[in-house]
Design a protein around this ligand. Sequence first.
Ligand SMILES: Cc1cc2nc3c(=O)[nH]c(=O)nc-3n(C[C@H](O)[C@H](O)[C@H](O)COP(=O)(O)OP(=O)(O)OC[C@H]3O[C@@H](n4cnc5c(N)ncnc54)[C@H](O)[C@@H]3O)c2cc1C
Length: 508
Amino acid sequence: MNREIETVDMLIVGGGINGAGIACDAAGRGLSVALYEQQDFAGATSSASSKLIHGGLRYLEQYQFRLVAEALAEREVLLKKAPHLIMPMRFVLPHQPSLRPAYLIKLGLYLYDRLSSRSQLPASKAIDFHHSGILQSQFETGFEYSDCFVDDARLVILNIIQAKQLGAKVKNYCQVIDAKEVEQYWLVTLYDQVNHQTFQKRARLLVNAAGPWVSQFIDQKLNVESEQKVRLVKGSHIILPKLYEQPHAYILQNDDQRIVFVIPYLDRFSLVGTTDQTYQEATHQVEISKQESLYLLDVVNRYFIKQSGIQDIIHSFSGLRPLCEDKKSSAQKVTRDYKLVLQHANNSAPLISIFGGKITTYRKLAESACKLAMPFFPQMKKSWTAKTPLPGGDFNGTPEQLTSQLLQSFNWLDKKIARRYIAQYGTLAWQLCGNKKGLGEFFGAGLYQLEIDYLVKNEWVIYPQDLLWRRTKLALFLGEKELQKITKYFKNSPICKGAMSAKGEIKD
Ligand SMILES: Cc1cc2nc3c(=O)[nH]c(=O)nc-3n(C[C@H](O)[C@H](O)[C@H](O)COP(=O)(O)OP(=O)(O)OC[C@H]3O[C@@H](n4cnc5c(N)ncnc54)[C@H](O)[C@@H]3O)c2cc1C
């Protein structure tokens, strides 16, 4: 055995929410952990979700009570772990008697309120829409219930930051290109895409959290047989100028029995989604089709007074749900629950593969993965993530109170920027503002040099799009000239250039 190759207990393939959650949990239990992501963290499905921390009201129709109960309970746990990032939200469901009778919806909401204990979120109720000025006049009554909204990509990065704080080695733009079993270890070959270098690590246990690539990784990189396969279901969203002013979301029933969410997004927009389309092969180039855009617009236009067309779409994004293949259900009906498969035949090096899952249930999934890993690491500590805040989430009170405190600490901050800093960084905003006397060069839409440099140094930002689409969503607010200025800064600033080579180093 080559002693120069570093050995870790657990090597994780994939830096989406599931890989990040497992890295964080396992590192906190005392394992040596390394995580590699071939793109940017949250570069695939975990930044393309509907961004809901939700029980999944519609899964009740499919009798998925285990999943719903677990997800409902997680809303409360995650709200406490990241109170700056996760926001309670009311969801309004206009009643359409021809699609689902009122008694069925009442029964569903009765269960939704009670399948798990609730301390922070209000219960559901029936409502009246008369003269709402938002919905078309035929929608007179409906229901309202609670769920939560999250910045999905930032939830991933918070888990990555915490994993690193707990000793894990984490690296983006680094692909696992091969893993072979050698003397009861996994010998893993990696390709650093920034420095164009290949290197190796040895791992006692391999976790395949490759999301849409999970089956492809097993078949092509490991040469192992797996009975469980992934079912890829594409889902797309469109972003429209906001359809109404109020802070609640809508859940719209469509004639095909599907539902579409309309969610207030970043003060100015409405986020509309999603679709369900079977997809054949995992790829990073997933795009919305014209047919999907028209489908979403059609649903919205049937409910809202304000009409929208293709020309109103400000942005769209699509992702692939990596679901558990059951070989029978339709794309919309295949379960959103997760399955972890442990392969460990004849004392071979163990492999855990992750199929399915939700952003909402990532923490429970990570606990299950650690439970499967436990027999191989008897020294492993107990589960700990339920009651420990994520980085930036360690405060009492409301995000508004925290914003006031930030403004008191840094009186040169603008109120709007302070609000965004708290929503994104929580108490880490103090680290961001640090001892600096000001914000530095201005790039537009509230983005200053201070934040770029902080994200490059502390959150693995390598390319402008990492910052503009995942660490923040500022791309939605910036014009072409401003984007060019940011790209130029990345090319010329010593901090950005330095970070590229430092992050690209093989010794991470
Ligand atoms: C349209 C849509 C809406 C959704 N809405 C919600 C919602 O509102 N709420 C909710 O709870 N859930 C939602 N989900 C589900 C949720 O987004 C996914 O279950 C979750 O993001 C999957 O995370 P993951 O880590 O398994 O996969 P991913 O986020 O795809 O991460 C896997 C990562 O592995 C990397 N990778 C693959 N192969 C390699 C390799 N060889 N080397 C290194 N890295 C590799 C990939 O680049 C990728 O980044 C939604 C999903 C979709 C598609």
